[in-house]
Design a protein around this ligand. Structure first.
Ligand SMILES: [Zn+2]
Ligand SMILES: [Zn+2]
Length: 231
């Protein structure tokens, strides 16, 4: 929808050039797990002193607390929000409200709690023309799908599908989806909106692709690294 807002930062510094990283104005964080924030310290470092205004790290307070306590804690990584760059701080941590729309770099974002082993939020992102939903890491859940059903101009759902069906037990205890539970969740999705699957565990990619194909659901597409979609 624009090139200045990221949802999570698991591999931003690998996926984007330095110039593209400098254009990032805000990162919406779904939760504190490493696969979602591991490149955030390096993004902050790479843009330090080069960005025109602070990079905003946005998430509900419980997620921010985890990031500042366990990551940007001056032990694992400096608390860059306390280090002034040429034009003031290079990064700010801003608490996002839950369930109430807020502005995130020109887009309207709404954080919705989902069902994972640490506090985790999906996001509904909207501009004047279109809206998309990111599920975050989640097992079976309700509220984010209700938000998707009532969102005007919804163009896409981005939904996690982490484990293949034979790892259902692992998926259940770690609160993730498999193709089997995804299929049940789809009954709650708005109709006729494409569903892009992501967060597939790399060792299981082939099995996941086969199990997703076996669902015979034309709405389902598997998102690949580097895919560039416009809404
Ligand atoms: Zn997670
Ligand atoms: Zn994850």
């Amino acid at each position: 929808m624009n090139d200045a807002l990221c949802v999570d930062a698991g591999a931003v510094t690998d996926a984007l050039s330095l110039e593209e990283q400098e254009r990032v104005r805000a990162v919406l964080v779904t939760h504190s797990h490493m696969d979602h924030v591991s490149s955030l310290p390096f993004l902050v470092e790479n843009v330090f002193g080069r960005n025109r205004g602070p990079l905003e790290v946005l998430a509900p307070q419980d997620v921010l607390d985890s990031l500042t306590t366990h990551l940007f804690n001056d032990a694992l990584w400096p608390d860059f929000s306390q280090i002034p760059g040429q034009h003031g701080p290079s990064v700010t941590f801003r608490a996002a409200p839950v369930g109430i729309p807020f502005l995130a770099d020109g887009l309207t974002a709404t954080a919705v709690r989902v069902s994972h082993v640490v506090p985790t939020y999906g996001y509904l992102l909207a501009d004047a023309r279109s809206a998309v939903v990111f599920s975050g890491d989640t097992g079976p859940t309700e509220e984010i799908w209700a938000a998707a059903r009532s969102a005007p101009n919804l163009r896409a759902l981005f939904v996690e599908c982490s484990f293949p069906n034979d790892l259902q037990r692992i998926a259940d205890v770690s609160r993730h989806l498999t193709p089997r539970t995804l299929c049940m969740e789809m009954a709650k999705f708005p109709k006729d909106v494409p569903v892009y699957l992501y967060h597939m565990k790399p060792p299981a990619l082939d099995r996941l692709a086969a199990e997703v194909a076996a669902l015979g659901e034309p709405r389902l597409r598997i998102l690949a690294d580097g895919d560039d979609l416009t809404f």
